[in-house]
Design a protein around this ligand. Sequence first.
Ligand SMILES: [Zn+2]
Ligand SMILES: [Zn+2]
Length: 472
Amino acid sequence: MLISPTKFPLESEVGFLLRVAHANGLCEPKWLATDATKGLHQRLRICPRCLFEPSAYWFAAWQSGPPICHQHQCWLIDACPDCLKPFSFSTCRLHSCRCGQPYQAHCSVPVDPQIWKSLYVDRVDPDVLMWMGSLSKHGLQGKPGKRASSKQVQEIAEFIELGSAAAVEWPKEFHALLSRIRIPQTSAKIALASSAFPAFAKRIRSIRDPDWRARIEIEFLAYIRNTQGQESALLSRQIRSTSNAKLIAGRHGLSVDRIKRVASQNALPVRVTEGGRKRYVIAPEIEERMIKDLGDEVSTKQASAVLGLHPTRITALLSVQELSALGRGIRLASIRLFKDQILALAAPVDSRSDRWVSLSKALKTCVPRTMTAEFFQAIRTHKIEVKSNPQLAAKTLGDELLIQPDQVAAWLAPRRSVQRCSDLKLDITHVAKTLGVKPDVVRSLVLNGFLTPIESRDRIGLPPVFRTHRMT
Ligand SMILES: [Zn+2]
Ligand SMILES: [Zn+2]
């Protein structure tokens, strides 16, 4: 070697070898390469503007981090725009490509201010920008993770540009990105987030920067939550607002089977639990629609569950049109209206004194079934005072409404005499006992017109009742 220049502190290994080869007039710098020389096979990056100066040398910093020249705020280049060959130790000379085109002839592409801001003002990890950019460009099924590790300047620049667009307008642009890459649903109106964004949780976990990993996780969940009000809702186990058939059935006093029937009609997605049981997953707005679909009709038993009152009380309220009939059942809206009207009469209870008991308990202990309608009328006309227990809000009427048993007793007393006649009603067994004959004898007496029932009941299986004085 005739001339051996000194290596500059910031100079790259490869650049130094190119300079040595140039100084000694070697046509092929690779003659200088030894096995110990590092980076000879990597793709080389240069800043054409840095190399414009005659005393310029190749910077080591070009090879690491985002391919940007800090001094000129431009993108580096890693391939000859003329012969399209990627720059490498074997294709590069100190001042020009092997094809003869000088580096200074190449135009430099300035870095967009938005990208500059993301990288050097907001200091977003370039890997995060690459992650988002690759996702934006290639979607979920285009191996975005693998492509994000690209070493080509043009690809890196594109990913960083797309990624910083999402980062600068965070989180609006990230949500837009998610909408773009989301895998469309085919038949079902709602889908699980895991099928619209396959393996997305795993992809998020691959982000090394903990702050951005958390931010992306939060916004992904927010995105799923936002879809809940839309036609193509997404459901995730991590979103608490989703519900299964059993919870919905409980909330509306409907049978689980009815909910499941509507769920299967709507082709709602079924989730199989760890135990192998099938569960429907139902978003709130779907729930609302389903309840509408189910119609307004509920059974006595369901009404009983919603109001927290015994089914016989429901029947009594229905007979006086406090609740309205619908088909073979009861109109749900009338149940809600009844509940709201009665609760509106109640002030919150001030002290939890023992004198207040729940409505269902008061009914059970003091009020005969035949007095049910009158009892509620007395509440409506303020003859019986009611309070509500705010701690039990949203529970059933029977639980939430509080009554004073003394007051009920006082209200009932004058009515006892009127009530007496109903106490005297006897069924066939009692009549048979009173007359000292078998029940069959009583039945034949009825059939032959010797005894007349005073009340015939709708439901089959319940015996008619008789008034005692007819038998004396
Ligand atoms: Zn430069
Ligand atoms: Zn070239």
